[in-house]
Design a protein around this ligand. Structure first.
Ligand code: GTP
Length: 424
């Protein structure tokens, strides 16, 4: 039997996802027509012998209740649980803290997935390689551009043996172009290894305190790196596993990118819609003779009303109760619940927040993100500008107003053109 843990973080994280995370916790934000973590859950549901999925985070208990009830209905063969950390314990601290609950029923392998990623999730292939090599854990890696490797946790991999020989978090100089994806699988003995790491760290802290007091100084207890219960998966655990030759690496050949900033939800949306195009065509909107023009992969919620003269797509998600008027053009964008777009307006490379309105001939336009890195800026003629245009909840764009490459916080009325601004 196998289990999985998804790390969902908490309200104080995902700051780069603002203003969207001000309305909805990042894990529940929809990309490809579904909440971000639904994609992790869907992929886990296809793993052989996987019986339980546990979300670990420090959001209030009610936050995931209705989402998990829906998952329980959709995936009845899997049990779902949310476990709440009493404080922010780091990417391995909560996993270790809840070890008794995770080990209940004796799972052989335990997957761990981060929330803030979008991926083709080849989890059965990852598990097969993990079992073949028989090491304590396997990290899924992806090949990134050599020039951007410093943005990631980098793994030096022996191609023959698949041994992860070395792990370095965001290296200053080039180490490897294999980046950690935030997808891991561990043998259940991982908790014994983590217990040793915790003990080792506690000894190191004691030693540090003793050294500091010998010099008449005191350790800054507010510094979270001195919290013995806080454990970082990559820096504290995986680095030691690599040094002890207990870590394998599996190379993901499908798609992967991070969803850290709000802007990165747009390319993630596109990747999941493209995936649906080949795997789940019926989820996507079909062009009909008397309906709007549909270009490429588009998701439209059944309650949305779209004028037949509108042109939608590619890579567009349109959510519940959205109303789109005649002659409207929407491309590479996410329109959230209750958005109204009036006649002849255009929305390109943008996210339009819940309950927002765009007036007649209005235009909301960002620039496409072409790099696979999680950057929220692009360079236009040598000037740095925001890439995707983001309107928070309840933003009113008046008729004929043009909002370009801007981020607009919730509850704003925009009566004049804005270019490359953050409107607070
Ligand atoms: P950055 O690149 O600096 O953002 O770090 P990272 O990608 O190594 O880790 P990050 O802090 O982004 O977190 C990875 C995943 O773990 C995300 O899904 C977070 O929501 C989640 N996470 C981070 N810290 C905690 C924590 O203390 N507790 C829990 N339960 N989840 C966490």
């Amino acid at each position: 039997m196998n289990k999985a843990v998804i790390l969902v973080g908490g309200p104080s994280r995902a700051t780069r996802f603002r203003p969207l995370s001000m309305h909805l916790p990042q894990p529940l934000f929809p990309v490809g027509g579904k909440p971000i973590i639904w994609h992790q859950i869907k992929a886990l549901s296809a793993v052989k012998d996987l019986r339980e999925i546990i979300l670990i985070g420090f959001f209030e208990d009610y936050v995931f209740r209705s989402f998990l009830d829906k998952c329980q209905e959709e995936f009845p063969e899997i049990t779902f649980k949310y476990l709440r950390e009493y404080s922010q314990l780091g990417t391995a601290g909560g996993f270790f803290h809840f070890r008794d609950q995770i080990l209940r029923g004796g799972p052989k392998n335990i997957f761990m997935l981060y929330t803030d990623i979008c991926c083709s999730f080849p989890l059965n292939e990852l598990l097969a390689q993990h079992e073949r090599h028989g090491r304590l854990g396997t990290i899924m890696v992806t090949k990134v551009d050599r020039s951007s490797a410093r943005l990631y946790g980098c793994v030096v991999v022996d191609n023959e043996t698949k041994l992860a020989a070395h792990y370095v978090e965001k290296p200053e100089t080039y180490v490897s172009d294999m980046a950690s994806t935030g997808v891991f699988v561990f043998h259940q003995d991982i908790f014994r290894f983590m217990a040793q790491v915790m003990e080792q760290r506690a000894n190191e802290f004691d030693q540090q305190r003793a050294n500091e007091s010998a010099y008449g100084r005191s350790v800054d207890e507010a510094d979270e790196s001195h919290d013995v219960n806080r454990l970082r998966l990559e820096q504290d655990v995986l680095r030691r596993m690599a040094a002890d030759k207990k870590l394998s690496a599996y190379l993901c050949k499908g798609f992967w990118r991070q969803i850290k900033s709000a802007a990165s939800a747009v390319p993630a949306n596109g990747l999941y819609l493209q995936k649906a195009l080949s795997e789940n065509r019926s989820f996507l909107a079909e062009a009909k003779q008397d309906g709007p023009e549909i270009v490429g992969a588009v998701y439209i919620h059944p309650s949305a009303q779209i004028h037949p003269t509108a042109r939608i797509g590619p890579n567009v998600s349109i959510h519940a109760r959205v109303v789109i008027g005649p002659g409207v053009r929407v491309d590479d964008s996410i329109l959230l619940d209750n958005v109204h777009i009036k006649d002849n307006a255009a929305v390109l490379h943008s996210i339009v927040g819940w309950d927002s309105r765009i007036g007649m001939w209005g235009r909301v336009e960002g620039s496409p993100i072409t790099s696979s890195d999680d950057i929220d800026e692009v360079t236009h003629a040598g000037v740095k500008v925001n890439s995707i245009c983001i309107l928070g909840e309840d933003v009113q764009v008046k008729d004929e107003v043009f909002i370009r490459n801007s981020i607009v916080l919730p509850h704003k009325d925009l009566a004049s053109n804005k270019h490359n601004e953050i409107i607070m």
